[in-house]
Ligand binder design. Structure first.
Ligand code: NAP
Length: 316
């Protein structure tokens, strides 16, 4: 490992990752600086590696302030918060942490689906309020098993969700830009047609300018008053205002959401809605998976410091 490298840590990281960085090469933590902009102006040219997360990201301003930057190593698979135009323009290397989180995100997607459709959290609130002895059990909900599942996105996580859903005897179709003929499920070229066909729509595509508000008012309308939406991808993929309106007008039965358009802000109308399950972006947040993600970030940094390559590079 060469001593010419220096890491800039954008913000707080899980201790299993943060604690191991100083052993690799010198590290500075940007978010700890009293005046980060002044710090970058003074010392930005010292850093060759930026370590960040899917939510902290890296703006063009930050990348521009690091003229000797060579690699960005990000914790998380989504990199929509990293300015990819700046990354490409500078020819920077970028790594993320794919695959190691598939199982936990897929587990959470199935949990959100079952919770929203069967009303688990709502029934839990009912019991805790003391409503069971006063008004009886909650009303019958909707069956999950054997239903039609539409997947928006059928990549690493989407395929694991689909396999889980197969165990629930669901009929599965998916919408992506290109069909995946190697998969056993039917490709649907139109998202609207997929939403019309399915009972449940699970969103598992990346956040990007191209996927912004892909789940529009029209898609929600096509999903219909008996339909349920689950989003474990990025809040930006769903038109949140249209979602609130559809739920309030009875045009959608319910939703399970791990991600939000302006997280950590969650619209009051969603918080007030009994048919919505809300989670604070915890798809990959198990101790086992976070440890594996941290390990993969460290592997990428070590490989880069050793011979200038990354273990899990993000493609062009
Ligand atoms: P992936 O393997 O790259 O799969 C992405 C899928 O989305 C592919 O099937 C891709 O197919 C499809 N897609 C991309 N752009 C599309 C578009 N414009 N229209 C329709 N489909 C499109 O990604 P992954 O590893 O499964 O992760 C998916 C996303 O989950 C991540 O990007 C991240 O944002 C999110 N995530 C969330 C959490 C959480 O904590 N909630 C955790 C991990 C990941 P085509 O290329 O053929 O279109």
């Amino acid at each position: 490992m060469t001593s010419t490298h220096k890491i800039l840590q954008a913000g707080p990281l899980p201790p299993p990752l943060a604690s191991k960085l100083p052993a690799l090469c010198p590290v500075e933590i940007l978010s700890d600086k009293p005046d980060p902009a002044a710090f970058l102006q003074r010392q930005g040219n010292e850093f060759t590696v930026l370590v960040t997360t899917g939510t902290q990201g890296a703006t063009r301003g930050l990348i521009d302030a690091l003229p000797n930057l060579q690699a960005i190593c990000s914790l998380g698979v989504g990199y929509d918060a990293i300015d990819m135009d700046a990354v490409r323009a500078r020819g920077l290397m970028l790594s993320n942490t794919p695959d190691v989180l598939n199982d936990c995100v897929a587990d959470l997607a199935m949990g959100l689906l079952i919770d929203a459709v069967r009303g688990l959290s709502a029934s839990d609130r009912h019991v805790r309020r003391g409503d069971w002895p006063r008004v009886g059990p909650t009303s019958p909900s909707t069956r999950v098993s054997g239903k039609r599942l539409g997947m928006l996105g059928m990549g690493r996580i989407g395929q694991v969700i689909a396999r889980r859903a197969t165990g629930f005897d669901m009929d599965i179709r998916y919408h992506t830009r290109s069909p995946k003929p190697q998969l056993p499920w039917q490709h649907e070229p139109s998202l609207i047609a997929l939403a019309q066909w399915c009972d449940f729509l699970i969103v598992a595509c990346p956040g990007s300018p191209e996927t912004f508000h892909l789940v529009s008012a029209d898609v929600l309308k096509a999903l219909g008053p008996q339909g349920y939406l689950v989003n474990i991808s990025r809040g930006t993929v769903v038109d949140e205002e249209a979602l609130v309106a559809a739920l309030e007008n009875g045009e959608l039965a319910g939703a399970g959401l791990d991600v939000f358009e302006h997280e950590p802000e969650v619209p009051a109308a969603l918080i007030a809605n009994e048919h919505v399950v809300l989670l604070p972006h915890v798809g990959s947040a198990t101790r086992e998976t976070r440890a594996a993600m941290c390990g993969l970030v460290l592997d990428n940094i070590r490989a880069f410091l050793a011979d200038g390559r990354l273990v899990t590079p993000v493609g062009p």
